[in-house]
Every structure is written in structure tokens, then in C-alpha cells.
Design a protein around this ligand. Sequence first.
Ligand code: ZN
Length: 636
Amino acid sequence: MLTSDQMRNEVIKYFLTSVPRDAAVTRIEYEGTKLAIYTKNPDLFLEQNQITRDLVSLIKKRVMIRSDPSIRLAPDEAEKKIREMLPPELSTHIYFDETLGEVILETDTPEDVGLQARSIGQQIAKATRWKPRILRAPAMESRYIQTVRQFLYGSPGDRADILRDVGERIFRTPVLEVGDVRITVLGGGQQVGRSAFLLETSESRVLIDCGISPGGRSGLNQFPRIDTRVIETLNLDAVAISHAHLDHCGFLPYLYKYDYAGPVFCLEPTATLMTMLQLDYIDVTGKEGAFAPYGGEEVRSTLLHTIPMKYGTVTNITPDIRLTVYNAGHILGSAIFHLHIGEGHHNIVYTGDFKFEKTRLLDSCASRFHRVETLIMESTYGATPIAFTRRETEALFSNYIKKATQRGGKVLIPVPAIGRAQEILLVLEALLSEKTIPEVPVFIDGLVNEATAIHTAYPQYLTAELQKAFEEQSNPFASDYFTPIRTRSQREEATAMKGPSIIMSTSGMLEGGPVLGYFREMAEDENNLLAFVSYQVEGTMGRKLLKGLKDVSMTDENGRAKIVQTRMEVEKVDGFSGHSSRQQLINYLRRVVPKPRNIIVCHGEPQAAESLARVAARIVPAKIYVPRNLDTMALS
Ligand code: ZN
């Protein structure tokens, strides 16, 4: 890899010798993992393809030719010009990303714009010197997408400084040769929750995931064990976040409260979804009078430091580590990480949470890699044999619903906002329209509505079937049976409605959110059904109810303490999980190519992790670790 200084020299030489006209280059600087070249020569900016190709082959790095801010039209003037160029029937939001000199055209029909993109794009760039980027508008209203835009584009100076700084860090001259590779478990060792793994080489330090434990009651068992190594002394180069669930990213903004100022690598939907969950976490802890380890300012800072990635692309994240992200099949934007250390010195695959089966929402996860010496894998269901196929699971689920609604009961489905909620929406739509279950109204409450809206902005991450639906202008997450609940009075109406209905609400483990209000109203009627469709972490209310807890102390609508007696039917349907079943975990070990020589089993309760480790030992001739938190493994 060329270092910063070598690269700059090569680029300057190229512009002096190979580009015939006055290149009018004003600045050459990093833009995260890319190199941005600013020019006042408008033609150069338009003919960037050949130049970027030349430079990429010269310096082996992605290059962007950017217009110098001084030649760009003022945003309001540019917007006027752009609107004149776009077909009048096209509804388009226009944003300006001043950091990158890009104009974002957000439309319901990116396919239409896409068809004409080349000519319209050229025209826009020529007339305004802003480079157009076409995005899909969410098919449903989303407050959080607006917040994310505001955070990202609202303070261009900050973002530009961050991107430059990130590049300087990544492409610094390495001082030491790659020697040892060490992994320290800071969270997620023999437990489900607070995933956090510190990867150290002689040159760099990367934190992989930075979660909280949903069932934890004190800092010591709720947050990653950074307690032993204060963040400043951790001296992190980069953080990589596998997906947006809080047990993988809920502690991340805390790092920015202290000295960490480095990048966060994740997929683009993950950046949006995690911002939503982190802001909601502050909200929920505030309402409960509990301690949130950070505030909104740190969430904004986190987002400003994200470097969005795409599946399959290789990115330098430190001087000696390259990261490639693959589909994990778990939730929107979830990733399996491939970390290539040194020039082939060691390769690590970190599965994060993964699903080795196609679902209605997502394709099955990746299992083929270039090289793998160490596999770090989750084991959530490592000790839970599930006898049912996906088809049988849906049949079981529809039977529970059928029985409950036929006896006049209501069905309460607690869901985590992201992942299972959207999968269950697709399942319910199918069951209702095929009339497999009685046609009853479905009320959807809580953060689910926001999360679903975010899914509609990123269909390219979903299955081919869903992508096709979006291309044909139909939103597969909307249905005549579904009513989103957004206000208190709508909620009261839904609760008071006579006759059977289905209510889906957050949170998935009954640890807060509107689901608690519904539970309080519904629990004492034995005709009703509480149906769990996602994993219930030890210590959560959901887990306690599954274990048979009857008397639940709650507060009523006026805030007075009250004991609710659980008489409703309580069931769980495991097969919908976004995690691999025990059998799928085993299949993954059989199929993963090439075979690793080390396997680190994590993200599972002790029994689950150990049970999977025993099977793994029979399938792969590898050294197998089942570490606890704070264990360090030197990998070879
Ligand atoms: Zn997850």
C-alpha cells in the first residue's frame, strides 16, 4: 500500500505530466477511504472517468474528482436550474451535500431517473457543477431519515474535517511489521448481549461491535468491559459495526463522549437504523429515569464519523487491515466481516448475527471467502434444536393466531423494531390474503413503523422478490389489513376495539415501549394470546413470562403501581428468528469455505456456546475457543 506522502507525489506527477490542459487542481485530500481531487477546471470535473481510471491504476485507491466549491452554483440557484431540467411529473426532494459537492435527488421512482441518468446527470453537472446522486425516497413517512439527513448535511465543515482526518489515519506510514494478532473479548463472551471484540495487531487496534446488554441492570453487566482499559488508552484506530441492533452498537456513542474521534465502518442502512435506535434508547432510559451513558450530541457525532460501505467492496480501515463486508441475512444492512490483516498474514471472518437460510426479507448469508484462518461466530441457538422447517413454523404461528382469534381473543406480538417486525409483516400479509387466518385488523405500534419506513428507502438490500415489488411501485410492507398507530388516541381506540385483532409492537422483550401498555390491558383475559417471535434474552421480562411468571408488577395509565395477573396464553415460535437455528449453525460450519484453523464461539449463553463448540470440533479440525469476557486469544 502506498502511504499518504507517496500517493500525493504520484498524483501531482500525473497532473503535471499526463493531463494536457491546465488541470487547475486546488486541493488533494482524503475523503474517508478515498482520495478527493478538487479542481476549478469544469471540463476536467466532467471528464472525470478517464482521469479516475488512470489514477486508480496508479495509486490503487478510489479517487473522486470534485468541483472546487468556488465554481459551484449557489444551492438555491442550482436547485432552480435542476428543477427546470427534471421532468415536471417527477416528485423530487433536493438536498445539497456541501462536503462532497453532491446534489442528492430523492425520488419515488429512481428507476425513471436512472434511465435518463446519464444525460440528466451530465446536464446537471454541467449547469451547476454539483454532482448528482439519485436516491430512493422512503415509501412511508420517516422522521429518522430526516434526522439523519440533518445530522449529515447540516454541518458540512465538521464532516469534511472528519473525512480528511480518517484518511490521514488510515494511510499513515506503518511503523511496525505485522506480527501478532490478538482478540480480546470485551462483551458477548458466553452471553447474548453487549458484543464487543478488540482486534489488535502490532500496528493497529480495531473494535468490532460495541453493544449493550438489554437485560443488564448495572453498568458492570450492561456495558462492554472497557472499564479495565479507559478509552483514551485503548487508542482505537477504527470501529466496525456489524448491524444496528443495540446489543451490537448501543454503547458506541459513549466512545465519542471521551477521546475517540476515529471512523465507524458499517453499511449505509446500518448508519440510519443505529441512529434511530440510539436516539430511542436515550428517550426510553430518560422516561424510566434510568442512566443513559450518552446524549443526542454523541449520537450525532457517531453518525458524522460513519464511513458507509457496500457489500463486496474492499476497504482499508487501518494501515494493515482491509475490511470486506458480506450479507449476513440477519436484518437490513447486517454484515459478515472479512478482515484481511497484513499482506495475507491472517484472515478473520466475524459473522456477527447471521442467518444461514433465505427468509421472506433477506437472502441467506455469505459462506465463501478468499481466505479464513479464524472464524468468530455467534451461537445464540447453539443448544436449541428446532424441529420445524420454515414452512412448519409459519403453520404453527398461523394455528396459534387462528385459535386465539376464533375464541374471540386478541393477539399481541412483541417485536424488536428492526428485522423480525418486517419479516412478520410479510408473513401476516401472506396469511391474511391467502385467508389462512381469519381476516382481522392488524395494528402496528412503536418504533416498528419508523424502522419499516427505513426499509423502504433501501430495497437493494432486500430479496430480489421485494426489490421487484418496489420497482413495480408497490410497497410490500403496506397492506389494507395494516393500520400504523402513531398517536395516543389511535392506541386507545385499538385497545378498546371489540372483537379479535392482532397487535404488533415494540419492544420485543417487553423491556419498555408501547407493548407494555397493550400487555397490561390484555394479560388478564385468557382468550388473548402473547406470541413471541424473537429471542428472549436472560433477565428480560419476556424471558420471565416464558418461564411462567404470572404476577407482573406494572404501573397503570395514571402511574400507580399495579399487579397484573398473566392469564393470557403465552407461546413462542422460534423458527422466525433472524439468527441461524442450531442446525443452520452446524450447516454453516460444514459449508464455510475455506475451513478455518481457529474457531471462536461467542454470542451465546454458556450452554449454547459450549454445545456448538463440541459439534464444531467434530466438523472442523480447528482449535476451538469459547472465551469469557476479558479473555485474550493470540491467533496464529
Ligand atoms: Zn442482532
